[in-house]
Design a binder for this molecule. Structure first.
Ligand SMILES: [Zn+2]
Length: 351
């Protein structure tokens, strides 16, 4: 039996679900009400960024990141594993079995451990926590990938122990997700999936770089994770992805996704619109001259603030004069595009 309902503090949601990234407790260029109005049911915040930028005191006062943001929907916090890879492995820090250390600036050295990550995520009071993992970087050799798997499994054990210790005897615990690493090496992905399953999590994340050596989406690794984790657990595509990738993974049993794409693309003037092609969408960019005078919505099928009220010509004008409203409207549109995509997939999923 596959889980279909995601429980959170204020209710429950049908799956599959897409969580756009509110990395530093804001979806850039829009506020929580804007996000709610796109019928986006949940958002993701980043543990490492908030640990560094926000700290604990304000979270204690507000009782979590949701109340601080005025966000009543579902919330996920990620582990910081990806940021750790970017920061530490690019020379500004060090990954050891203890955790990850790096210099934020000349005065401040930071050590993030699996236990600290869980502790901080519990203070964020998110509905789903992700354990700290050691990200297998793209291009890693077999030996390098194996080291990240060993460390990921060891950290997962410590994370689970900390989670159990802090929430002992408590009801309504948040979900805890283990992250599968191992790059594009099938036996490493299988081994990591099985060992994390032995520890026992509410779900399992497709971690690391989801592309093959030929730069194609790596569905094989996704399938190995689905095949080697207990049925009925969550399957989470971390940082995934494009609409067609999300749809394909849903059909493989994945139910949870987060990604920066819809909001990042919006900031760069790249909007997703419905299309009658195999992928079901195409990109619309307001900078093409043929759109300068068009008195039609960006996507006639969309019911967002932008498409219901403004023309392509006006959006193009706003981008041209670099007014912040252009990015806000484009972000709202892309969030609504993903929310509509998930609404369609939920109907497909429930059949
Ligand atoms: Zn729209």
């Amino acid at each position: 039996m596959v889980k279909k309902v995601f429980k959170y503090k204020h209710g429950q949601l049908n799956t599959p679900l897409f969580f756009p990234d509110a990395t530093k407790a804001v979806v850039r260029s829009v506020d929580s009400q804007d996000v709610l109005n796109t019928k986006t049911p949940g958002i993701l915040v980043n543990t490492l960024h908030l640990y560094l930028d926000l700290g604990k005191r304000v979270l204690k006062k507000f009782g979590g990141i949701g109340p601080l943001m005025g966000w009543p929907g579902a919330l996920i916090s990620d582990s910081g594993g990806f940021q750790v890879m970017s920061l530490a492995k690019k020379g500004s820090g060090k990954v050891t079995d203890t955790g990850v250390s790096f210099h934020l600036n000349k005065k401040r050295k930071v050590l993030l451990t699996p236990e600290k990550s869980i502790d901080y995520q519990l203070m964020l009071k998110t509905d789903l926590l992700v354990v700290l993992d050691d990200f297998t970087p793209p291009g890693a050799s077999y030996e390098e990938a194996k080291i990240t798997v060993e460390r990921t499994v060891a950290w997962a054990k410590r994370s689970k122990a900390e989670f159990d210790k802090q929430l002992k005897g408590k009801k309504d615990k948040p979900y805890l997700i283990g992250v599968v690493q191992g790059g594009y090496f099938p036996d490493l992905r299988q081994d990591c999936s099985q060992r994390l399953s032995d520890i026992g999590f509410d779900g399992y994340g497709y971690g690391g770089w989801p592309l093959t050596q030929d730069n194609q989406f790596d569905y094989e690794s996704a399938q190995i994770i689905a095949d080697n984790t207990p049925k009925g657990s969550w399957l989470y595509g971390l940082g995934i992805g494009k609409p067609d990738e999300v749809a394909n993974l849903c059909r493989m049993g994945y139910q949870i996704f987060d990604c920066v794409l819809p909001t990042r693309d919006a900031r760069h003037g790249r909007l997703y619109i419905s299309a009658d092609n195999a992928k079901g969408y195409e990109y619309y960019t307001p900078d093409k001259e043929k759109h300068y005078y068009e008195d039609i919505p960006v996507d006639p099928e969309c019911d967002c603030l932008l498409c219901k009220n403004y023309s392509r010509a006006y959006l193009r004008h706003l981008f041209k004069i670099e007014d912040l409203t252009a990015v806000r409207l484009a972000t709202i549109h892309n969030l609504r595009f993903y929310a509509r995509l998930m609404e369609k997939l939920q109907v497909e999923y429930l059949k």
